[in-house]
Design a protein around this ligand. Structure first.
Ligand code: CA
Length: 246
């Protein structure tokens, strides 16, 4: 009963795109968040610019949706600040607004927004704009090499290097590392890792994850990088270059 179906097609491990939605009107924020989650994105939400800045300090999203009219600082000013900060300036921003005036659109784009949407919009329209902006930023991220925390993964040749040496990995450990390097600084539970790396409908015990984590750490130990795979007590695992705190 713990065997994978023989015809099981192994899914591509991929980066989970995270979107930060900054919008003070709760019904709109929830509608947008719902549509994005259904489309497979991870969503975090902020109701004010201040809240958005707190979230940004914690996790770098792949894209931000920013409403123009926010109660504290305007979405335009927030966009300017995000685009001025070297830590966040590469995060694409789509501005949302009720204003339809051409001048506002120009101001939004001048402020650094990558695209602009006028309310009301349909979830489908929003998704297609998001995907277009993300496609542009993926191209900018550059091809088939992943680099994180001193590790380099060449996805064409399936080679991983660290400390000027090649890391020798089994296929599952390779996929696991690929997933982690695409999604650094985020905690994943065992069941999320099973879903994302093996695919949802494979019957594997969650403890299997621990075995592969051990193997992956052992391989990384050879290049003194096993500290990158961190156990988060009670939650799961994380790939992080930062010192592990309590
Ligand atoms: Ca608003």
């Amino acid at each position: 009963m713990k065997l994978a179906a023989p015809e099981q097609k192994v899914p591509e491990v991929s980066k989970v795109r995270q979107i930060l939605v900054v919008e003070d009107e709760q019904p709109i924020r929830e509608m947008v968040a719902y549509a994005l989650r259904r489309a497979g994105f991870e969503v975090s939400e902020a109701g004010t610019s201040q809240e958005a800045k707190v979230k940004l300090a914690d996790q770098r999203p792949d894209l931000m949706l920013v409403d123009w009219m926010l109660p504290d600082m305007s979405g335009l000013e927030l966009t300017r600040q995000v685009k001025r900060d070297p830590q966040t300036r590469d995060v694409p921003i789509i501005m949302l607004t009720a204003r339809a005036a051409e001048g506002d659109k120009v101001a939004g784009l001048d402020g650094g927004a990558d695209d602009y949407m006028t309310k009301p919009f349909s979830p489908r329209e929003l998704l297609s704009r998001i995907n277009a902006v993300l496609r542009r930023s993926v191209v900018a991220e550059g091809g088939d090499t992943l680099q994180q925390a001193g590790l380099t993964m060449d996805r064409a040749s399936h080679r991983v290097r660290g400390d000027n040496r090649e890391v020798s990995l089994g296929p599952t450990e390779y996929r696991m590392l690929e997933f982690f390097m695409q999604n650094p600084e985020r905690v994943y539970s065992r069941s999320q890792l099973l879903d994302r790396i093996w695919g949802g409908n494979v019957y594997i015990e969650e403890r299997t994850i621990d075995v592969h984590i051990r193997r992956l750490r052992k391989a990384l130990e050879e290049v003194r990088m096993d500290h990158l795979i961190q156990t988060v007590r009670g939650s799961g695992y994380r790939f992080s270059a930062r010192e592990q705190g309590g």
